[in-house]
Design a protein around this ligand. Structure first.
Ligand SMILES: NC(=O)c1ccc[n+]([C@@H]2O[C@H](COP(=O)([O-])OP(=O)(O)OC[C@H]3O[C@@H](n4cnc5c(N)ncnc54)[C@H](OP(=O)(O)O)[C@@H]3O)[C@@H](O)[C@H]2O)c1
Length: 317
């Protein structure tokens, strides 16, 4: 079983974001049934954030696990805000109290800084999270989308248990510097959007308010260009008697990181979980990597404003 900081977790976690927003409508009762099925399958690591659906996601996860949280590792994230720029001041202490109330938990096992704020030094945010460990409100400190330099500075301030960044066949940017730095520092790596926000599983936005419609990679020209390379995952999947989603997840799993795929559907959940049993040999990994070379995906991975808050942008003072 892999570890994330002090916690043993299942090989795959469950990303709950899409149960509240981003990828089309979700229905709470169906979402709770999906979370219950995830627990029954053996998934012990659940990922949410204060920002997902403005608190809805933390509340939903809390409802779903209220009578079965034993043995689970719950991760959430907060956005540290200095106040003034994009709304009121948000401190780590305020954020975690709200997260505890919404989830109904006594402790949030792993609490990440969701993005480094341009006006708040990373040391200040991570120091504040360290104080929350001392206060017994969180179990361990995480950070999301840090550059290698920011990760070093954060870890020098307070031991960082986990780095969560985007990592999948079509988003391999972390391989150059960030993942090696996390390994060097002994920081465990959580791979978010391991299915390329559904693209690698063949999913596409259908509803008008789907956030992917704002993403450069999901614009029609980019989809057309990127789809040509998806043929490789389809060919590998055919050969192995698997699905493209399973091949994509098996590739992430081969990197000794913990992916947290998200889904609203029990059938997708079960199929994704079965990727644990799919081992790719070195030749297949090389074949996939020769197609999905780092940086070759057409279109940036976030819209312009959001892109300013993730590496390789300078990640702030
Ligand atoms: N730290 C951060 O800044 C950050 C950013 C983004 C996400 N995250 C976390 O990472 C988690 C996962 O990332 P993600 O949800 O963005 O992307 P993902 O897991 O790469 O893909 C999710 C999408 O793929 C579809 N899908 C999943 N399994 C499928 C299957 N077997 N066949 C067909 N379609 C399938 C889902 O639709 P269906 O519902 O129809 O299955 C959904 O639209 C999130 O839930 C969140 O917890 C963190």
């Amino acid at each position: 079983m892999p570890s994330i900081g002090p916690f043993e977790v299942s090989r795959q976690g469950f990303g709950a974001m899409g149960l509240s927003h981003s990828y089309g409508r979700a229905e709470d009762d169906a979402s709770i049934a999906t979370i219950h099925r995830a627990i029954a399958l053996g998934i012990t690591f659940f990922d949410t954030a204060t920002g997902y659906g403005d608190g809805h996601n933390e509340q939903l996860l809390g409802r779903a696990i209220a009578d079965r949280s034993e043995g689970l590792v719950i991760a959430s994230k907060f956005v540290h805000r200095p106040g003034g720029r994009d709304g009121p001041l948000v401190t780590a202490a305020q954020a975690v109290d709200a997260s505890l109330t919404r989830t109904g938990l006594d402790v949030i096992d792993l609490y990440y800084l969701h993005r480094i704020d341009p006006d708040i030094p990373v040391e200040e945010s991570i120091g504040a999270l360290g104080d929350l460990v001392a206060a017994g409100k969180i179990g361990a400190v995480g950070i999301s989308e840090a550059s290698a330099d920011a990760l070093r500075r954060a870890h020098a301030t307070y031991p960082v248990a986990a780095l969560q960044s985007e990592y999948s066949l079509w988003t391999r940017d972390v391989e150059a510097e960030i993942l090696p730095t996390a390994r060097e520092l002994g920081i465990d790596f959580v791979a978010y959007s391991p299915l390329g926000r559904g693209f690698l599983a063949g999913a596409a936005p259908t509803e008008a308010d789907d956030r992917r419609r704002l993403h450069p990679r999901f614009q029609p020209d980019a989809i057309a260009a990127n789809s040509r390379r998806r043929a490789t995952t389809e060919a590998v999947a055919d050969r192995l008697g698997a699905t493209p989603a399973q091949v994509s997840l098996a590739w992430v799993l081969s990197k000794q990181v913990v992916p947290i795929p998200g889904t609203r559907h029990i059938a997708h959940l079960e199929s994704n979980w079965a990727a644990n049993d799919l081992t790719l040999d070195a030749a297949t990994i090389a074949e996939l990597e020769a197609t999905f070379t780092p940086g070759s995906t057409v279109g940036e991975r976030y819209p312009a404003e959001a892109l300013k808050l993730v590496p390789p942008e300078p990640v702030h003072a």
